[in-house]
Design a protein around this ligand. Structure first.
Ligand SMILES: [Zn+2]
Length: 285
């Protein structure tokens, strides 16, 4: 499968001259299975750019189909939806998988951001494409777009978010963003480590330097140290850094990357390849 990054920033879009190299859009990743099909993970503002690119193909003609996975419904993971051009083309079909425990609850949350007080779109019902909303059940593998998928819930401060493991032909890509233990030294849970185990690629948020995490613990994000510890303990092949704090410049992210490399080496993870996610970059596994 191929993995492409459309938005790699955390919490709020941060465009500008200081973030131009890594990009300022919020979370959105596309997965292109070898067998065809399209999977999209999270609907941050990066989704707008993915949508514009998709319009050149089947989605521009109303014959596109994709599965959308939502880790959670904080703004930086849903705000791209109303700006995703393929939803305004009749005939396109989307299956949305996410949290909430039931399709009705998830649909109501998504409907909430279209409320006339927040958006001129007023309602999801004004979209021309069809939406099939489904609630994810953690621990129960299912199939979408030819991939085998498992979900696992993790702490995200005082709330939770979903991680996803996507598998094809024995290769595994794990998406685990917005991972934050509410207490210091919480570390990856045994359940999380089992979920990440032997992944070809673990995408994990590296939102903070440890000193910034210490003063913003309640926001529920990982430092690069947390991500490195999880990658080494779970014996993954590649660690993708993701969801950089909105206040970090490109130079700050370069420094974050160097520190994360040093931390991996210190923990015995010298063989783990480290990839800082950057808008427009692509990985193949
Ligand atoms: Zn986020």
């Amino acid at each position: 499968m191929k993995i492409r990054f459309w938005g790699v920033r955390g919490s709020i879009p941060a465009p500008g001259p200081d973030t131009i190299r890594y990009g300022g859009n919020t979370a959105c990743v596309s997965i292109h299975p070898r067998a065809g099909g399209l999977v999209i993970v999270d609907m941050g503002t990066g989704l707008m750019h993915l949508g514009n690119a998709l319009m050149a193909g089947a989605f521009g003609k109303g014959s596109g189909r994709a599965a959308l996975f939502l880790s959670h419904t904080h703004w930086d993971h849903i705000q791209g939806l109303g700006f995703f051009a393929p939803v305004f083309v009749g005939g396109n079909q989307f299956t949305v998988w996410g949290p909430g425990g039931s399709p009705e609850v998830l649909e109501e949350i998504l409907e909430g951001q279209m409320d006339p007080n927040f958006s001129p779109l007023q309602s999801l019902k004004n979209f021309s494409a069809s939406f099939d909303v489904r609630a994810v059940v953690c621990g129960e593998p299912f199939e979408a777009e030819g991939l085998r998928i498992t979900a696992c819930e993790h702490a995200h401060g005082s709330t939770t978010a979903l991680g996803f493991r996507f598998e094809e032909d024995g290769r595994a890509f794990v998406y685990a963003s917005d991972v934050g233990q509410p207490v210091e030294g919480g570390g990856p849970t045994p359940e999380a480590l089992a979920f990440y185990r032997d992944a070809d690629v673990l995408l994990h948020d590296t939102t903070y330097r440890p000193e910034d995490q210490a003063t913003r613990r309640n926001r529920g994000f990982s430092s690069y140290e947390d991500a490195a510890a999880a990658a080494v303990a779970a014996k993954v092949r590649r660690l993708v850094m993701f969801h950089y704090d909105q206040d970090y410049s490109d130079d700050d992210v370069d420094a974050l990357c160097a520190s994360c490399r040093a931390e991996l080496d210190r923990l015995g993870g010298e063989k783990i390849e480290l990839v800082p996610a950057r808008e427009g970059d692509e990985l193949e596994i």
